[in-house]
Design a binder for this molecule. Structure first.
Ligand SMILES: C[S@@+](CC[C@H](N)C(=O)[O-])C[C@H]1O[C@@H](n2cnc3c(N)ncnc32)[C@H](O)[C@@H]1O
Length: 235
């Protein structure tokens, strides 16, 4: 479920070759605050947390991720920021000693695909339904009353290939499945495949998402304009 070990040595070069814009992500995230405590679910190599740390907002910040090879990089990257810590946890069994004013995930465990005027689709790195419900319940228990859940947005997925900054070629291929889609990620160096990773994603319609999150006490907070996150407020 959502393991990024294969991609981890190449993750940063792929993401920082235009896949994500980390400054814009943190601008949008910050516009919902200020928050005194923040939790990132699926923090990966810590690229978002580093950008948050640089802005020195005074917030206590925690990141969790299930892929050890991603966290090793996050730990090194985040060593200049004493207010940020990361640890290995699967969100399905999330257990932390405190709760947070805001929790977010960007391309992490859960995110939304926005496609024109269509209703958003929630995408999960967890392929079965029951652990999604369990993970969201555990996450909700770690958000303070009145706190926010912010889930990142992306455009529709499609097959493509493009060069990345180390001269290799990144490619992705999408195949529909009965519960969502499978995404194959590749990195090709001189015609040779050096990285191959497949994730089996589950999708939820907007109505299903509102039901799932509503049952956990979250209300959607609509907002106009370009959005890197959709926001839900906890009662
Ligand atoms: C696309 S990466 C996003 C990393 C980071 N948020 C970023 O923007 O660069 C997705 C991350 O989610 C993590 N992940 C997937 N399923 C998870 C789960 N059940 N619990 C915790 N982390 C998970 C993966 O290990 C991976 O590091």
């Amino acid at each position: 479920m959502g393991d990024y070990t294969n991609m981890s040595p190449y993750y940063d070069v792929i993401m920082t070759s235009g896949y994500y814009d980390y400054a814009e992500i943190v601008d949008d995230l910050s516009s919902y605050g200020p928050f005194s405590s923040i939790l990132e679910i699926g923090c990966g190599t810590g690229l978002i947390l580093e950008e948050l740390g640089r802005r020195a907002t005074g917030a206590q910040i925690k990141g969790i991720d299930l892929t050890q090879a991603m966290l090793v990089q996050a730990q090194e990257r985040l060593s200049p920021f004493p207010q940020i810590s990361v640890e290995e946890q699967n969100v399905v069994e999330l257990k932390l000693p405190r709760s947070y004013q805001a929790a977010f995930s960007y391309g992490g465990v859960w995110y939304f695909v926005l496609d024109g005027d269509k209703e958003p689709t929630m995408v999960s790195h967890i392929s079965a339904d029951a652990p999604n419900r369990e993970g969201l319940k555990k996450l909700a228990a770690h958000i303070e009353p009145g706190g926010m859940l912010l889930l990142g947005t992306q455009g529709p997925h499609f097959d493509y290939e493009k060069p990345v900054s180390n001269g290799m070629t990144y490619a992705q291929k999408i195949e529909p499945s009965d519960h969502g889609f499978t995404k194959h990620y590749y990195l090709i160096d001189d015609g040779r495949k050096v990285m191959d990773q497949t994730i089996d994603y589950r999708t939820y319609s907007w109505a299903q998402t509102l039901d799932l999150l509503g049952a956990l006490g979250f209300t959607y907070q609509p907002r106009e304009g370009a959005r890197k996150f959709l926001a839900f407020k906890k009662a």
